[in-house]
Design a binder for this molecule. Sequence first.
Ligand code: MUC
Ligand code: MG
Length: 414
Amino acid sequence: MTASAANALLRIERIEARILDIPTIRPHKFSFGAIHRQSPVIVQLWLAGGACGFGEAATIGGPSWNEESPESILHAITQYLGPAVAGQDAGRFERLLARMDAVCKGNRFAKSAVEMAVIDAVARSLSLPAWQLLGGKQRESLPLAWTLASGDSASDVEEAERMLAARRHRIFKLKIGARSPEDDVAHVTRIARGLDGRAALTVDINQAWDGNTARRCVPQLIDEGVRLIEQPVAQWNVEALRQLTASLPGGALVMADETVCTPQDAMALARQGACHVFSLKVAKHGGLLRTRAVAAVGEAADIGWYGGTMLETSLGSAASAHVFATLPGTHHNCELFGPQLLVNDIVATPMEVRDFALQLPDGPGFGVEVLPEALRRFDRAREGLTPVHVDLGRGTTGAATTPPAEAAPAAPPG
Ligand code: MUC
Ligand code: MG
């Protein structure tokens, strides 16, 4: 086949996008509120040669984690990004990103879902795993963290014990920042003492503390054995992040999450020595290629990386696993546990978790097969659900919660 005939097969023919609504197995509590369901946006994209690819962008609690929401993502894709890439050569990834940037500023989550579907479709049309288009894999598996975020210390310890016994997770991220800093330190202390050194502990404060609170409380958390401190201060508060990074005792590490989105953010953090680790997330960076760009800045600045999640289904999680598997440099595990937090999944066979590690799926594209009937079943347009709002009351009390009517009853994970 000539090169131009092969290129004709890669022409983008059609794009569809929809919001799914999938309940979580239990309320998941953040500093800013609790969620009871996830609402990923799923993109389906067809090439002229017949290949079909899927992409996903998941936010958390509508627009409460950052500016984008499932509704804004769907709108950006259907009104601007889809038309900008339709009819174009899917194999020219960077050119497609430039076209999307030309019609739409920001909206990185939305762009990431389109780029993901493009890369899946091209990889499938070549019968290759996506990692081969992203630089080649350097690892087959990644140690997998789980987030303890029920809000209750005793339930969190029980949940962690089940995960340890099943050999699924021995790295636990504790979500704090909703209560008073003193109550949070007490909560972490109870969990750390309950687990008694049998697991690695991380905390994610999701921007809740000011610099003084972080300087006062982070050393107390480190005394209890916490080794990775994620986004303790507001996204803009790079100076407090820098001071903390410069002063942390005992080999503990500061990780930027909400503060590091673009390669330029990464560069600014690197110049100031403002963190030890970047939490990489495909959606917040605007796609798989830009995740690699942020990782490259980190590598050049001797900043480690962590494979972050926005609680995607198996589709977005597998895409993230593919790009993370290609990255060089020092990694600090991954947290692609979204599929386990959701009551339902949308793929035929989820990624395997074995011996505390996520195994990279190696089939064509992202190596997972999306089930069309699952897309129909959870489609918001069909279910008639309203946009998801983060639950403010429940996020701050730490009290037991009742799932809303549309959520299935909580089942114990593991
Ligand atoms: C975040 O801020 O890191 C990732 C894991 C989890 O529990 O929440 C997310 C978002
Ligand atoms: Mg985080």
